[in-house]
Design a binder for this molecule. Structure first.
Ligand code: THU
Length: 129
């Protein structure tokens, strides 16, 4: 999928972030092998610890709809340079999506594309067990 289109979806869903505690909004747009897009925003709550990142919200939505093959994810923040997925999200994206293309983008129009294996080298996964 065209990165600009995907980033636009990430920008839009980022507005739905429940970020009352950090005030840091994140939007993610995850593409399946068939070209369908599942979006997600970060969801915080008063315990702080039960926060779920935007990437995982998008991933859970897709997995729960039966999706199992993915090609790309865009992550949109307001950071300069753009933020990249946290460690927990890298682990889960790796396990469920494999070596997908990760597009890091911000509202200022900066973007960087790289493979997940670059962000998450030498992983622990099913093949290790
Ligand atoms: N956050 C994400 O949604 N994705 C990331 O990859 C990094 C962090 C969220 C979690 C929390 O709601 C806020 O950003 C600040 O950490």
């Amino acid at each position: 999928m065209n990165p600009e289109e995907l980033i636009a979806l990430g920008v839009k869903v980022r507005e739905n972030a429940c970020a009352d505690y950090s005030h840091y909004k994140v939007g993610a747009a995850l593409v399946t092998a068939s070209g369908k897009v599942y979006t997600g925003c970060n969801v915080e709550n008063s315990t702080y610890g039960l926060t779920v990142c935007a990437e995982r919200v998008a991933l859970w939505k897709a997995l729960s709809e039966g999706e199992r093959k993915f090609t790309q994810i865009a992550v949109v923040t307001s950071s300069e340079p753009p933020a990249s997925p946290c460690g927990a999200c890298r682990q889960l994206l790796w396990e469920f999506c494999g070596d997908i293309e990760v597009i890091l983008a911000n509202l200022q129009g900066f973007q960087k594309t790289l493979r997940l294996s670059k962000l998450f080298p030498y992983p622990f996964d099913q093949s290790t067990l």
